[in-house]
Design a protein around this ligand. Structure first.
Ligand code: PEP
Ligand code: MG
Length: 594
């Protein structure tokens, strides 16, 4: 690739959420940025023509959306299809159309202006609605208006379908499911966005498609234009716009190195994570969508250690029915290459909200009505999911996992409802498994502290370090301003994890970890030293973790852990562990960052 002369070079740092290096061309995606003109019609005779122009633009917009839908059906991304249905419905909505025509006729303004007024009218209505789901629908109306405006202006509605090159890096402020729905995904090689975090929609789509992505770049959209050259390094979180030739060369090398290493690492993926002194850790994958399963298996997942089922609620208009849950879960459970599937009951609230959810705007949602707390309030919604999980238990090995348990009462109440649904199903003559393993996520410090008591209530623990660290160190995990304090190797975090593992083993139950820490190569030997039974992670991290485990011994990791836990501050722990890992795995940890 050659770089055009005279373009300005920028290097930006964000959060790498999907690893790998990609070099491509920018497609600047900006759904709400159209250049339109507004004017008065100076002759009444122009009105019928203006109405006609508006109707034609509606027709054209509908045609484009239907085409888009057809194209999308050919790709593997099917989740956001219904969003296009909603947009098509808006386009044929009589009130929407008649109001706009009324503005054209009564005020003698051009169709663009009339349409803007219609949008303003809906904005006013939606703003007054308390229900966040309904008020959030204004974005659909906005999206549709934007498309019609473009068609009115005669501007070609250029989408990723139309750009003449392959190797497209999408650069956007943020991406919603509606946005990704209109993209030609097989042209896309990477993502870079201003906002977002590890669990934002862009991050999830990128990981499930194995495309490098950097989010949280603040203002990358200000620095790029469609057609610019761009490097996205999803491993280090760096983005380079219009790189100098020598930078480009270095990154081409880095990309080659990464791609080769990726193939090389897949060798380790196929083997179990057994240390040289024969300690074996079960390795699972965390998934958000069933579409991730094939890639999880290729990358060496032996089971699903965390299925984040809340995504079933997030991307839809209504509540999923028992049948929706069942049909979805059976696809995980049916997978013969996986030993079991851990289905976590939905964790809504915090930073994930459904569209239907009537949420009072909580000042601090991470500490609000989230996960199991929400489930125990919305019992009917919860029981619908529990029934479906029981039903799939008849088809294969399923473990149920309850999120954000903070006390014994919560786990008992969750178990009571699980038992209630079991009885109901049996009375209805539905076939279910005789028993299902029940787990508690340990992600609230209180749960870690009473791990000995909780261990009496469940069959296994799964440590959720993403939240455990957030709550232990009082750092909002979605607030970029405090991410520098987010430290898995903080002595307090290590002590809590050790307590949980020891208490679980003391009570003879298994203990897994499913937080991001489990997929962090730097922490790998520390966790081995803790003697976790299973580790579940983002599937792209599995080959590296397996390789480290296969080339280590339990005894060295126990020594490393003991030493690391003798320090009284996080900086020293990190420095010590980093040094050890640098020497032990130089090719993994001493690679030069470009
Ligand atoms: C965690 O908190 O570590 C976890 C795995 O759950 P989530 O990231 O879905 O909150
Ligand atoms: Mg969590």
């Amino acid at each position: 690739m050659t770089v055009e002369q005279g373009k300005k070079t920028f290097v930006l740092k964000g959060i790498g959420v999907s690893p790998g290096v990609v070099i491509g061309k920018v497609y600047r995606f900006d759904p709400l940025d159209a250049q339109v003109s507004f004017y008065k019609l100076n002759d009444e005779s122009l009105i019928p023509h203006e109405v006609e122009r508006f109707r034609n633009a509606l027709k054209e917009s509908t045609k484009q959306l239907v085409e888009l839908q057809e194209n999308l059906k050919k790709t593997k991304v099917t989740e956001p299809l219904y969003i296009i249905d909603v947009h098509v419905l808006v386009l044929s909505d009589k009130k929407f159309i008649n109001r706009t025509i009324k503005y054209i006729r009564r005020l003698g303004v051009n169709a663009e202006w009339a349409l803007r007024m219609t949008l303003d009218h809906y904005k006013q209505i939606f703003e007054g609605v308390e229900d966040v789901y309904i008020s959030g629908r204004i974005s659909d109306v906005q999206y549709v208006v934007q498309r019609v405006l473009r068609n009115l202006s005669g501007e070609k509605h250029e989408t990723v379908w139309d750009v003449g090159y392959d190797g497209v890096v999408i650069v956007s402020h943020d991406l919603s499911p509606a946005d990704t729905a209109q993209m030609k995904l097989d042209k896309i090689v990477g993502f870079a966005t201003d906002s977002g975090g590890r669990t934002s929609h862009t991050a999830i789509v990128a990981r499930s498609m194995e495309l490098p992505a950097v989010v949280g770049l603040d203002n990358v959209t200000r620095f790029v234009r469609t057609g610019d050259d761009i490097i996205v390094d999803g491993t280090s979180g760096l983005v380079v716009v219009n790189p100098y030739p020598d930078m480009l060369k270095r990154y081409e090398e880095k990309k080659r190195h990464y791609d080769d290493a990726k193939d090389e690492y897949l060798k380790y993926a196929r083997l179990p994570a057994e240390t040289m002194d024969h300690y074996q850790i079960g390795i699972g994958s965390n998934i958000e969508f069933i579409e991730e399963i094939p890639s999880a298996i290729t990358h060496g997942a032996e089971h699903i250690g965390l299925y984040r089922t809340e995504f079933l609620y997030i991307y839809r208009d209504d509540l999923p029915s028992e049948e929706d849950h069942f049909n979805n879960y059976r696809q995980v459970v049916d997978e013969k290459n996986l030993a079991w599937a851990t289905i976590r009951t939905f964790d809504l609230g915090g930073d994930k909200f459904t569209k239907y959810q009537k949420k009072d705007k909580e000042l601090n949602p991470q500490m609000g009505l989230r996960a199991i707390r929400f489930c125990l309030k919305e019992i009917e919604i919860f029981k619908t999911q529990l029934r479906a999980i029981w039903r799939v238990s008849a088809l294969g090995r399923v473990k149920i996992l309850f999120p954000m348990i903070s006390g014994i009462e919560e786990i008992r109440e969750a178990k009571r409802l699980l038992e209630e649904t079991r009885r109901e199903l049996l009375e209805e003559g539905v076939t279910i498994a005789d028993r299902m393993e029940i787990g508690a996520m340990i992600e609230v410090p209180a749960a870690a502290v009473i791990a000995d008591q909780l261990a009496q209530e469940v069959d296994y623990f799964s440590i959720g370090t993403n939240d455990l660290i957030q709550y232990t160190l009082a750092i909002d995990r979605s607030n970029e301003r405090v991410t520098y304090l987010y430290e898995p190797l903080h002595p307090a975090v290590l002590r809590l994890i050790k307590t949980v593992v020891d208490q679980a083993h003391h009570a003879n139950i298994r203990v897994a970890m499913c937080g991001e820490m489990a997929g962090d190569p730097l922490c790998c030997l520390i966790l081995l030293g803790m003697q976790l039974d299973e580790m579940s992670m983002n599937h792209l991290a599995i080959p590296r973790i397996k390789r480290i485990l296969q080339q280590s011994t339990l005894s060295e990791s126990r020594e490393l852990l003991m030493k690391a836990m003798s320090f009284n501050n996080a900086l020293e722990v990190r420095a010590y562990v980093q040094n050890y890992m640098n020497e032990r795995f130089p090719d993994e940890f001493q690679k030069k960052e470009t």
